[in-house]
Write a protein that binds this ligand. Structure first.
Ligand code: ZN
Length: 240
């Protein structure tokens, strides 16, 4: 049984607690990692049951109950969902399968948040962005503040990702702001990934941002050093 690498993926419910070692396996309790998945609940379920979803360790993910129900505000109403939980048959770590349309622990859908981020990068005022999105100004300001703080580092990390998915890239034209620069590089990553698989030809920048950060882009803690570059093309990302 392979050893578990604890802490290499985004934490959904706090850090895992190591409770012992049996053979080569590390057993953890009290924490669940987050893996992002595309597709609706039915698609996720089919892939999960068929053994097509993989753990970062390479093991097959098996069904393992459900995460807590949540209600997310979208631009057209509310989305009630209960993300699937899975468990790796190899390392036994459990993972919440978070839709890429969401960021972890945000009460608004990813596209609502993303529209605000893009508007800010285009120069709009926070108050007008919030009014247009029908989101409290303080909430929007919080998203933008956190994203803005992380934008320089995100851009730097994304440049490395971009070179990995498109070896032809030499430079990216500056957008004139740290936020804009980060979005520009992210857009280039998304474009490169779209071209690599027909199953990913509709992936959006917002989904890519959620996937790369394991949903934690706007979380209080987001370790960009462990950005999720590995499973770009694994079946977990391709709805069926
Ligand atoms: Zn595993």
């Amino acid at each position: 049984m392979p050893a578990v690498i604890v802490g290499t993926v985004g934490m959904g419910d706090g850090p895992p607690r190591c409770v012992g070692v049996r053979g080569r396996a590390v057993w953890v309790l009290g924490g669940t990692t987050v893996q992002t998945v595309r597709g609706d609940a039915g698609s996720v379920e089919r892939r999960l049951v068929a053994g097509r979803l993989r753990c970062p360790c390479g093991g097959v993910l098996a069904p393992w109950s459900y995460a807590v129900s949540r209600v997310v505000a979208t631009s057209s109403g509310v989305w009630r969902l209960r993300p699937r939980r899975s468990r790796c048959v190899a390392c036994r770590v459990t993972h919440v399968l978070l839709p890429t349309l969401l960021f972890s622990r945000r009460a608004y859908a990813g596209m609502v948040i993303w529209a605000c981020v893009v508007a800010r990068a285009c120069g709009s005022k926070v108050a007008s962005i919030a009014a247009r999105a029908r989101v409290p100004v303080s909430t929007v300001a919080g998203w933008l503040h956190r994203f803005g703080d992380r934008a320089p580092r995100l851009r730097q990390v994304l440049m490395g990702v971009l070179r990995g998915v498109d070896a032809r890239v030499r430079r990216v034209v500056p957008a004139g702001s740290t936020l804009g620069d980060a979005l520009t590089v992210l857009g280039a990553v998304t474009s490169a990934v779209r071209g690599r698989s027909s199953g990913l030809d509709t992936v959006t920048d917002q989904e890519m941002a959620s996937h790369l950060t394991r949903g934690l882009l706007l979380a209080p803690s987001c370790d960009l050093k462990s950005i999720n570059t590995n499973p770009f093309l694994v079946p977990a990302q391709i709805p069926s």
